[in-house]
Design a protein around this ligand. Structure first.
Ligand SMILES: N[C@@H](CCC(=O)N[C@@H](CS)C(=O)NCC(=O)O)C(=O)O
Length: 218
């Protein structure tokens, strides 16, 4: 356990979820430390003063503090599913798609979910703005079961947790939209062993003890 890389994580955080999805896909064992965002351990803040999760601390002490960097790092070690095994054009398109997810879509999702936290935010305007992105995904999924054709890609792992979060703000509304492709794609993720494997409830890490080895059966 001592020499495993350390992942600071929070179960429901979509950024931490996408990192765990990539770690699980790569079968890259880490010591998972489940933290509370309102009471972050000093060890996390010492490793990464910006105080977001996920954070991966490698055995040589280097720190990855962006979810996409963590995904890319572990998949560079072992990309068993070929998540990045796509043409250069597709990889560029994936980057662009995830930039739009992390940028305008996430900003709209936050305003839809927590309108009171943002001055001037209107819940329904925010939902309409976020829907531009989900409509784009639905159109893209018209061409095949996955975002980049007939097999799962890096883009799936990056996007699924956020679309799931968007859907769960108002389930009745989301599941009554005319997004048949997107809904089938999300339903498959929600029912998957892939999600189950990264979504177990871990005890909070308090410091001073070992975290949990993740992925569970690595
Ligand atoms: N750009 C970062 C964003 C990570 C992020 O914002 N995570 C949230 C939780 S979902 C967080 O840690 N927020 C800090 C806090 O709530 O104190 C990444 O991709 O890893």
């Amino acid at each position: 356990m001592n020499d495993l890389p350390i992942l600071y994580s929070f179960r429901r955080c979509p950024y931490a979820m996408r990192a765990r999805l990539a770690i699980a896909s790569a079968e890259f064992p880490v010591e998972l430390r489940e933290v509370l965002l309102r009471d972050k351990p000093n060890e996390l803040l010492e490793a990464s003063p910006k105080g977001t999760v996920p954070v991966l601390v490698l055995a040589d002490g280097s720190v990855l503090e962006e979810s996409r960097d963590i995904m890319e790092y572990v998949l560079a070690m072992s990309d068993r599913e070929g998540l990045l095994d796509f043409s250069a054009g597709d990889l560029t398109a994936m980057e662009g798609l995830i930039d739009r997810l992390d940028g305008p879509f996430k900003a709209a999702l936050d305003r839809y979910k927590y309108p009171d936290k943002y001055a001037g935010a209107n819940r329904l305007d925010a939902r309409a703005a976020a829907s531009e992105f989900t409509s784009e995904l639905d159109r893209r999924l018209g061409a095949g079961p996955y975002l980049f054709g007939d097999r799962v890609s890096f883009a799936e792992l990056a996007c699924w947790p956020f679309i799931r979060q968007f859907a769960h703000v108002d389930r009745d509304w989301f599941w009554s939209q005319d997004w048949n492709n997107l809904i089938a794609w999300l339903d498959a993720f929600i029912a998957s062993d892939r999600l189950k494997r990264i979504f177990a409830k871990y005890p909070r890490w308090h410091g001073g003890e070992a975290g949990i080895v993740f992925p569970p059966d690595a």
